[in-house]
Every structure is written in C-alpha cells, then in structure tokens.
Design a protein around this ligand. Structure first.
Ligand code: NDP
Ligand code: 8X3
Length: 252
C-alpha cells in the first residue's frame, strides 16, 4: 500500500524538493502553501498522488480543518514534515521590526503547533507515524540579527525533544533536522525581494541545496521502525560555527 506524507510549504525550497522525491518514490503527498499558482503547477506536474492545500500556516482554523480531516488516500499520514517557515530581516534586536518578529513567531512556532496538533492524535491512535521538523543551526548558534528567527528554531528543537518524551511508549517518531546555509528562496524572503542582497549570501560559497535536505528527510524516515534520529545538524562543508566574539575596549 502506498504510504502518505504531509509536507507544509511545498511551493518552494526544501518542501518542494522533499515532495518531489517522495512522489517519485510512489508516496501520496499532501502539501500546503499560500501561492495557488504554484500549487496548481505542482498538481499538473505530480498528478493524482498530490493533494494541494492552499492555506496560510498562521490560520489556526484553516490548518486544523485541512490537516485534521484529510481525505482518502491521504487521511492517515505516516509522516508530517513541518517545513513551512521563514526569516524576516537581519536587524539587531534593538532595531528590528516588531511585525517581522510576530510573523516569524506565528509561522515558525504557531503554524508548526497547529499542524502537529492536527495530525499527531491520529498517529498515536494508529501507533504509527513520524513528525519531522525543520529546525535550523540558528536554533543553536546565535548570529547577529538572527534574534527572533533563531529563537523560533530553538523552540522547534526543544519542542521536538519534548514531544519525544510525551510519545515514549508509542511507536511515533520525532526528528528535528537542523540545516545550515542552503540556497532556496529563504534569503529572498528574508530580504523582502531584494535579489542582489539574497545572491550575496551564497556568493563564493558551495551551499547545501534543497535536494540535500529532501535526502535527509528520506533517510530519517526510511530507517528501521525502532530507530529515532532525535536531532540532525547538516551544514555545507564551507560552513562551521565561529568563535565567541569579544569587543576590546580602547585604553584611555
Ligand atoms: P523557502 O522560502 O524556499 O520555502 C518556504 C516555504 O514555506 C514555501 O513553500 C512557502 O510557501 C512556505 N511558507 C512560508 N510561510 C508560510 C505561511 N505563512 N503559510 C504557508 N506556507 C508558508 O525556504 P526553505 O525551503 O529554505 O525553508 C524551509 C524551512 O527550512 C523553513 O522553516 C526554514 O526556516 C528552514 N531552514 C532553511 C534554511 C536555509 O538556509 N534555506 C536553513 C535551515 C532551516 P508560500 O510562500 O507559497 O506560502
Ligand atoms: C537558516 C540558516 O544560518 O541563515 O536557518 O539562519 S541561517
């Protein structure tokens, strides 16, 4: 019997690459996004195995209705990938836009909670399932201007680890994938459509690509049922964590 995966944010980046890989492997894929024209194009490309769900992850009722009552053959998901998310801006905490902060909290934290709560009870009842969250290295290693974005991903990491303890005694698995620099629409969104600034982020680097993350999702979900990858940090070879910073005061 074909297996089923629900992926939030399939209209770009990791979500699209992951959906494409699982469609190729014969899974039924339900995928969310706000951009209808992209969902329509993906439907045309992927055919009947793909269920497009046009919704905003910040809309609790819409997420609960869509993911909590999926039609057959998507009704009993084996995997939920909580991928939809974004960073907005790179300003310091004292200068950042409060609306940007709220959007990140509402999408990266609350949207992920809505989706999880809609799908998890069914997984527990069936004693089968896997929640795969997209955290980030930003949830562990702070960088200047990453303030609330990093904090949302720290939430995702801790929530993932907490869920593991809640689910102890069931067969349901939880994994937090924590990627580093990866070229997608992420920076274009962060810099609000400024393509030149987004391109600068990747200039001269050999970043991860969305297919690398899709492969990672495939690996963690295809391991034997008794194996749970709790956290998985993935960076391109050209990236590493830096030293702590120190500002030295000038002597008078
Ligand atoms: P992209 O910008 O390429 O894709 C983001 C996806 O999320 C899109 O499909 C978008 O769909 C969807 N999305 C965003 N906001 C909403 C919303 N309110 N409602 C519904 N869907 C939404 O980003 P990536 O693929 O790079 O990122 C995916 C995840 O991985 C994010 O959680 C990100 O934080 C994380 N990540 C990214 C890294 C990177 O370097 N790229 C590294 C580490 C983690 P639409 O706009 O159509 O709604
Ligand atoms: C995205 C990776 O380092 O740009 O989560 O925050 S980073």
């Amino acid at each position: 019997m074909p297996r089923t995966i629900v992926i939030t944010g399939v209209t770009a980046g990791f979500g699209r690459a992951t959906a494409a890989l699982f469609i190729k492997e014969g899974w039924n894929v339900a995928g969310t996004g706000r951009r209808k024209e992209r969902l329509d194009a993906l439907s045309a490309e992927w055919g009947a195995a793909f269920l497009p769900l046009e919704l905003d992850m910040r809309d609790k009722n819409a997420v609960s209705a869509a993911l909590g009552h999926l039609p057959a053959p998507w009704a009993e998901p084996d995997v939920l990938v909580n991928n939809a998310g974004l960073a907005l801006g790179l300003s310091t905490g004292q200068e950042a836009d409060l609306d940007d902060w709220e959007t990140m909290v509402d999408t990266n934290i609350k949207g992920l909670l809505y989706a999880t709560r809609a799908v998890l009870p069914g997984m527990v009842a069936r004693n089968r399932g896997h929640i795969v969250n997209l955290g980030s290295i930003a949830g562990t290693y702070p960088y200047r201007g990453g303030n609330v974005y990093g904090a949302t991903k720290a939430f995702v990491k801790q929530f993932s680890l907490s869920l593991r303890t809640d689910l102890l005694g069931t067969a349901v698995r939880v994994t937090n994938i924590e990627p580093g620099l990866c070229e997608s629409e992420f920076s274009l969104v962060r810099f609000k459509g400024d393509q030149a600034r987004a391109d600068k982020v990747y200039e001269g680097t050999c970043p991860l690509v969305p297919d690398d993350i899709a492969e990672t999702v495939r690996w963690v979900t295809h391991l034997p049922a008794h194996v749970n990858i709790n956290r998985l940090e993935v960076m391109p070879v050209c990236q590493a964590s830096g030293p702590l910073s120190v500002v030295k005061a000038e002597k008078n």
